[in-house]
Ligand binder design. Sequence first.
Ligand code: ACO
Length: 438
Amino acid sequence: MLKKQADATTKTAYLILDGTTYELPVMVGTENEHAIDITKLRNETGHITYDPGYANTGSCSSAITYVNGEEGALHYRGYPIEEIADKHGSFIETAWLLIFGKLPNHEERQEFRQMLTDNELLHEDLRHHFEGFPSKGHPMAILSAVVNAMGCYHPDLLEIQTEEEFIQAAAKVISKVRTVAAWSYRKSQGLPFMYPNPSLSYCQNFLHMMFSEPYRLYEPSKEETRALSLFFLLHADHEQNCSCSTVRMVQSTQANLFASVSAGICALWGKLHGGANAGVIRMLHEIRNNEMTIDSYLERVKNKEFRLMGFGHRVYKSFDPRARILRKAATDLLGTLGTDDDLLELAMELAEKAMADDYFVSRKLYPNVDFYSGIILRALNIPVDMFPVMFAIGRMPGWIAHWYEAYSAGQEKIHRPRQIYTGECRRPYVSMNERGKK
Ligand code: ACO
């Protein structure tokens, strides 16, 4: 659906360099986003563009997710996130939608659910990998390592040839990632691994593997299961963010699905990305435990001692629609569970004060998806170390959809940015005895 306009009647950009004028075609996306196509720039001019952090660079065209940062819009395959969340779209439906481009009908949804159930167990040998990790090993390290290792158990899916093989691989990753995630938690607690229960839904099953005991089954309420599904579906994709771009970059080398999404997990780990939800809870604890006032904390943020976690976004410059949905969901969940969380009150007050402060307003810094998601995860008794893991489970369908889109396009080039070299110019090699003293 991407239209490319390059004739005389449509838009063309002109670049004048050393007296020569170059014509650069302007691409227009289906939501009227514009991009100057510079694919021939280096060949024709000998110049590259310079854009550290890629804030102005489109690395690909994609039909999966649309984000409009100015308007605070997020669409999965054309459907606004508010509608998907409102109409009680489940995480599994959302996964199907992102990967295959349409909402599943009843039969497709049942088939997909069945595939996930059929694939929920880990190979028993893979189970032994957990023994190799120290008991306090971070669950994100375990998750990325075990997801990558999963490929060893499915050598037939390392070189995908058909759509059927791709669906098999996708179902394995989406289903097994929750088993790996839950077991990484059990390992850190020295608890026995709970095997998945095929009679449970995706989210129920995850909570079962996290919290059941061999002698006592954990039965989450409908509200808890629903909140978890909402959390996952709101995290399911967000176009070319750092982890998604990482997945596409690794895929561009023709690496397999398991290795590519494992790299995505590593990219997600950092505290400026998927680690921010845990950062928010740590920040709220710090304020509360040290009896700091919100004003004094915000002063320190404004003095640039540290950042306000869960605030700001590279793309959203008005509000993050996911944060709005999660803010309400967090309040509703705590209401139905009948539990108070003083951190939620603190978070609400902090957000209100920050949003009224010129430092944040002038920089267009608003609460992002991570600001309220931690409150929901706390209400579900998920420990803070597991927060980025939860994000990774939710983001898996998005990474897989992007992997498949890039794979199906076939002609995509290996991703290989250039640089402006700022080091020493050519100089003669100095042998050891001529190098002087320290
Ligand atoms: N707290 C305080 N100041 C901030 C914050 C923040 N959270 N975010 C940005 N700023 C300030 C910067 O200091 C900078 O100020 P300056 O112009 O005076 O130098 C200005 O706002 C612009 O900041 P950039 O770093 O250029 O913004 P960028 O778009 O590169 O960063 C990011 C986006 C990384 C999300 C940033 O806002 C941030 O660090 N936020 C906190 C971490 C966080 O919540 N991450 C989760 C992001 S959502 C996700 O990954 C799912």
